[in-house]
Design a protein around this ligand. Structure first.
Ligand code: PMP
Length: 387
């Protein structure tokens, strides 16, 4: 594939983020200079081990956890699997699992599979703003519930679920509580004690670390069966560690934590400017949710326009965003999240997700507004001609 010849304006940070220069710099020596195995007792191995310890401490601090509570994984997908399967395995007498209808596919696909094995899966619905039905949740979590698993922030809309409240509901029934924080980590401050979770997943590449690395927080004293057996990670996750990836994750967490309040405020100002700019100039555009959300995400419906074509034209004009729906072998399916919020298929397929990062600039936001307005005007003019 040919490289892009123009620097794109990147508004797809919920899909993945750029590895920061500081993160890359910290990672590089671990590939070709200090390439020891942290399990080796030789000097090089010991250096690698020390670097893992430093990264573990940084990740723990980022979550207000202790280092022993951090298990490095290949990302949030694996961490979600470890949390869900590990909890079910340690709690064979409880066969119910409660979740929401709008979880990430890395959870929902696993739960679909678990349903075929006899686990009772209860999915709690959301309202038109994407907010969770807390009364239904409280009713669904019972004495047969092994685990309540809920995402912290939604990847498509950015909507935040009230995690501490949900964790209290689980605790009331002595059920375990897991949150998938892949889309909140690095965007808002996280504190596992305040959230009250037993387990929390996140992925490095959503907060400017590399792809293929992430972590699961496992509360001290919480019993969790391993998914991958081996001596690493205190017998909780076997396999030689992703040394460079983990070192980079530590640095990314440190950087995120240092500036999180300031960055959050800056990003939300730019996000609001982007969405207000688009809404002010395209009369039929509307926000898909106005609920409390992370500062960087905006999901906008351009009713009547073909979202895939809109995205393609934006892409050609140098603006990278996302459709918020899954491409399947059979074509593009509308987003399960937007359908769960009550949008019809057409509106769901006309919706575009814009996701910013702390690298997004004011100039990029202004350019993005112009690009969206131009492309949408072209498309509506073409539709008018056809009609
Ligand atoms: N959960 C959520 C909410 C996500 O947004 C993602 C990534 N899109 C994942 C889990 C999975 O992360 P990864 O692909 O890095 O394993």
């Amino acid at each position: 594939m040919k490289p892009l010849n123009l620097a794109p304006i990147y508004f797809d940070n919920n899909a993945t983020t750029r590895v920061l220069p500081e993160v890359l710099k910290a990672m590089l020596p671990w590939f070709s200079e200090q390439y020891g195995n942290a399990s080796s007792s030789n000097q090089m191995g010991q250096l690698a081990k020390e670097a893992l310890m430093a990264a573990r401490a940084a990740v723990a601090k980022f979550l207000n956890a202790s280092p022993a509570e951090i298990v490095f994984t290949s990302g949030a997908t694996e961490a979600n699997h470890m949390a869900i399967l590990g909890t079910l395995a340690t709690n064979p007498l409880r066969r119910r699992l409660v979740t929401s209808t709008v979880e990430h596919p890395s959870t929902l696909r696993l739960l679909d599979y678990l349903a075929t094995t006899g686990i009772e899966i209860i999915k709690i619905s959301v309202n038109a703003k994407g907010e969770l039905d807390m009364a239904a949740l409280a009713e669904a979590v019972n004495e047969n519930t092994a685990l309540l698993t809920l995402m912290h922030a939604n990847n498509e809309t950015g909507v935040l679920f009230p995690i501490a409240e949900a964790a209290a509901i689980a605790k009331n029934q002595a059920a375990a509580f897991h949150t998938d924080a892949a889309q909140s980590a690095g965007k808002i401050a996280l504190d596992v004690r305040q959230l009250g979770c037993d387990l929390l997943s996140f992925s490095g590449h959503k907060l400017h670390a590399a792809k293929g690395v992430g972590a699961l927080f496992v509360r001290k004293g919480f019993m969790l069966q391993a998914l991958i057996h081996g001596h690493q990670e205190r017998n909780r996750r076997g396999g030689t560690e992703n040394q460079a990836g983990i070192v980079g994750l530590g640095v990314a967490c440190q950087l995120a934590q240092t500036h999180i309040a300031l960055h959050g405020e800056q990003i939300s100002i730019l996000r609001d400017r982007l969405q207000n700019g688009i809404l002010a100039r395209i009369s039929f555009a509307k926000l898909n949710s106005t609920a409390i959300n992370v500062p960087n995400t905006s999901n906008i419906c351009f009713s009547g326009l073909h979202g895939e074509e809109l995205l393609y034209r934006l892409d050609k004009a140098g603006l990278i965003a996302s459709l918020g729906s899954a491409c399947t072998a059979g074509g593009t399916e509308p987003s399960h999240v937007l359908l769960a919020m009550g949008l019809n298929r057409e509106d769901a397929l006309s919706s575009i997700r814009f996701s910013l990062s702390r690298e997004t600039t004011e100039t990029e936001v202004e350019l993005a507004i112009e690009t969206v307005v131009n492309v949408v005007t072209e498309m509506t003019a073409a539709l008018a001609v056809v009609a």
